[in-house]
Design a protein around this ligand. Sequence first.
Ligand code: SF4
Length: 68
Amino acid sequence: MNKEQVKEMIEKRCVNFIMCTNSECKYYWEDMCTKNVGNEIVHIDDSGKCEDFEQGECDWYKEMEEEE
Ligand code: SF4
């Protein structure tokens, strides 16, 4: 699923997503988790810490820069 499809789904309110504010993660995009949007499971440990965190920047930001 690309970001245009996600935007469309959000506008139509037909997608549920996990809100996340960890902008240091490669799955973070606009206060949501793109991993979850792709129907992948996000694993949270007993202390509330996300086990799927990976340092980096979401590819969608790079795509947005290229489009401008
Ligand atoms: S993988 Fe975890 S830390 Fe990264 S954006 Fe998703 S919920 Fe947030």
